[in-house]
Design a protein around this ligand. Structure first.
Ligand code: MG
Length: 162
């Protein structure tokens, strides 16, 4: 078995852009907020990609998809996650489970948690019950608590395939 942890933070853009809707866990949220990013800014999937890459000893998302590379400008993080999943499979591992904690003062994430779990499980080609998404605030403490951005932690466990 292999374990991996990922962490990512993105700040909210000073101006909301219709070209950068808020996408978390592959789900486009209706809230009028934009995260600054070279990609689509899906901080949840970035943390998850890093956890998966960490578990197989493959560095991090920045090494595989550099933000200096124009081909990843605005790229869908679901696509990045699928690439990472292919690498995990190629190394002979399959997901046992993923546990994800989104840290955000805003927007309210509870209404979107189920959609995020389903979306992530689909991107991982994993059963829905292998994926758990939790959301917490920081009780208005610090940068996240001031609503300046969103952070996310992800932990994954992988099992070697037979
Ligand atoms: Mg990121």
């Amino acid at each position: 078995m292999r374990i991996g942890h990922g962490f990512d933070v993105h700040r909210f853009a000073p101006r909301v852009s219709e070209h950068k809707p808020l996408i978390l866990g592959g789900v486009t949220l209706p809230d009028a907020l934009s995260l600054e990013a070279h990609s689509d800014g899906d901080v949840v999937l970035h943390a998850l990609c890093d956890a998966l890459l960490g578990a197989i000893g493959e560095g991090d998302i920045g090494r595989h998809f550099p933000d200096t590379d124009a081909q990843y400008a605005g790229v869908s993080s679901v696509f990045l996650l699928e690439q990472v999943c292919s690498l995990v499979s190629a190394r002979g591992f399959a997901l046992s489970n993923a546990d994800i904690t989104v840290v955000a003062q805003l927007p309210k994430l509870a209404p979107h948690r189920e959609a995020m779990c389903s979306s992530i499980a689909a991107a991982l080609s994993a059963p829905r019950d292998r994926v758990n998404v939790k959301a917490t605030t920081t009780e208005q403490l610090g940068a996240i608590g001031r609503g300046e951005g969103i952070a996310c932690h992800a932990v994954v466990l992988l099992e070697a395939c037979e």
